[in-house]
Ligand binder design. Structure first.
Ligand code: SAM
Length: 337
C-alpha cells in the first residue's frame, strides 16, 4: 500500500515536471570539474584570467563533488524525471580522477545511456575502457585540422594528440561526433578540411555558431560566423540534402554529395529552445534549467523530500527560454558544454 502511494506521488511529480510547451527534463549534462588542459579562446579570456564573469563567485580551489555525492543527487533527480541519458562533460571530464567509479555508480541507479564530451587529449589511452564500461557515444571538440590554427584556438602546443584520440574512439566502436566552433578569421578556413576529415573517418561533424557566454557575454561578438555563411562555404564544394530534424536535437543536419553528414548548431540563426529537454549540473552540484540562466539552484538539501525537489525542478523548468538563447555570464567551462 505504502509503495503504491509512493509510486503515485512520483507519477504525479513527473506529470508536474512538464512546462506549458510540453518540455521535460530528459537529458542531464554534468560538468564534472571546471579544470581543463586547454584554454580555448571561447572559454578563456585573452588575459587567461576571467573564464567567466561569474567565476569571481566561485573560489578557484573549489573541489568537485565525489562520485558518491554526484550519484546521490542524480538518483533523486532521476526518480522524479525519469532521465533518459547523462552526458559527462566539463571542464575536461577525462581529468576527473574518479570517472570510472562514477560511471558504474550511475549505471547502478538504472541509467545506462552515458555519454561523454571531451577534447580527446587523453582519449587514446581511455577509449577502449570507456567503451567496455558502457560509454558508447562521445562528442569530441576539434576546431581545426591545421595544427597551427588548432594550437592557437586551444592555446595548447600539442593538439595532434586529439586526432589519435578521435581515431582510438572510432576503433573502439564508439559512436563519435565531432564539434567545431567556427569563428570569423580564426578557423572559418577549416570548415571544408574538418568536413572532409570527418567524412573520411565515417563520422558526423557539427559546426557551432559562437555563443555569447562567459567572457564573450559583454563583447561585440565580432568572431560570430553564421549558419548561412557556413552553408555557403560548404555549398561551393558539395550539393546538400537536408535531413529531417529529430525531437530535441540541438543540430540541423545535411548530407553532402560525397556522402558526408554534417550538422550546424545555430543558437542564433536557428534556435532550438522550443523542445529543449536538457538539465545541467555543475561540479558543485548546482543545477541550471536553461543555458541562458546563470542563477542555479543547489538541489542536494532536497534529495529526500520529493515535494520540495519537484518544486525546485519545476522552478528550473520555468526558466527555459521560449524561443532562443540570449547569452550567459557563465562560461561553458563552468556549466558544461
Ligand atoms: N573539455 C571538453 C571539450 O573540449 O569538449 C568539454 C567541455 S567544452 C566547454 C565543450 C564544448 O563547448 C567546446 O568544445 C565547444 O564546442 C563548446 N563551447 C564552449 N564555449 C562555447 C561558446 N561560447 N560558443 C559555442 N560553443 C562553445
Amino acid at each position: 500500500m505504502a509503495e503504491q502511494i509512493n509510486a503515485s506521488v512520483v507519477n504525479l511529480c513527473m506529470i508536474k515536471l512538464e512546462d506549458n510547451m510540453g518540455r521535460r527534463f530528459e537529458k542531464l549534462r554534468i560538468s564534472l570539474l571546471n579544470e581543463c588542459n586547454f584554454s580555448c579562446v571561447y572559454c578563456v579570456s585573452e588575459d587567461f584570467g576571467n573564464i567567466s564573469a561569474k567565476s569571481i563567485q566561485k573560489p578557484n580551489n573549489d573541489q568537485p563533488l565525489t562520485p558518491e555525492e554526484f550519484t546521490r543527487i542524480i538518483e533523486a533527480v532521476h526518480r522524479l524525471t525519469g532521465l533518459k541519458s547523462i552526458r559527462l562533460t566539463g571542464g575536461e571530464p577525462l581529468l576527473y580522477g574518479n570517472l570510472f567509479p562514477l560511471i558504474s555508480h550511475i549505471q547502478k541507479i538504472g541509467i545506462s545511456d552515458i555519454r561523454l564530451t571531451t577534447n580527446a587529449y587523453y582519449l587514446k589511452e581511455k577509449a577502449a575502457k570507456l567503451f567496455d564500461t558502457g560509454v558508447k557515444s562521445v562528442n569530441i571538440s576539434v576546431d581545426a585540422i591545421d595544427q597551427e590554427i588548432f594550437n592557437g584556438i586551444s592555446r595548447h602546443p600539442n593538439t595532434s594528440r586529439v586526432f589519435s584520440g578521435i581515431e582510438a574512439a572510432v576503433k573502439a566502436g564508439m559512436n563519435v561526433k565531432l564539434n567545431a566552433v567556427i569563428m570569423r578569421g580564426k578557423n572559418d578556413s577549416q570548415i571544408i578540411p574538418l568536413l572532409d576529415y570527418a567524412t573520411g573517418l565515417g563520422v558526423k561533424i557539427r559546426f557551432l555558431e559562437l555563443m555569447k557566454m562567459g567572457h564573450l557575454y559583454h563583447s561585440e561578438n565580432e568572431l560570430f560566423f553564421s549558419e548561412k555563411e557556413m552553408l555557403a562555404i560548404i555549398q561551393e564544394k558539395y550539393v546538400l540534402e537536408s535531413i529531417q530534424r529529430e525531437h530535441a536535437e540541438t543540430s540541423n543536419y545535411w548530407r553532402t554529395s560525397s556522402g558526408g553528414i554534417f550538422g550546424i548548431i545555430a543558437n542564433e540563426s536557428t534556435p532550438f529552445c522550443h523542445d529543449c529537454n536538457r538539465l545541467r549540473m555543475d561540479s558543485n552540484g548546482i543545477f541550471y534549467g536553461c543555458l541562458s540562466n546563470a542563477h542555479g539552484e543547489k538541489l542536494s538539501p532536497f534529495i529526500h523530500d520529493d515535494f520540495m525537489l519537484t518544486e525546485k525542478l519545476s522552478g528550473l523548468l520555468r526558466l527555459k527560454q521560449p524561443v532562443k538563447f540570449h547569452g550567459s555570464e557563465l562560461s561553458m567551462r563552468n556549466i558544461g558544454g
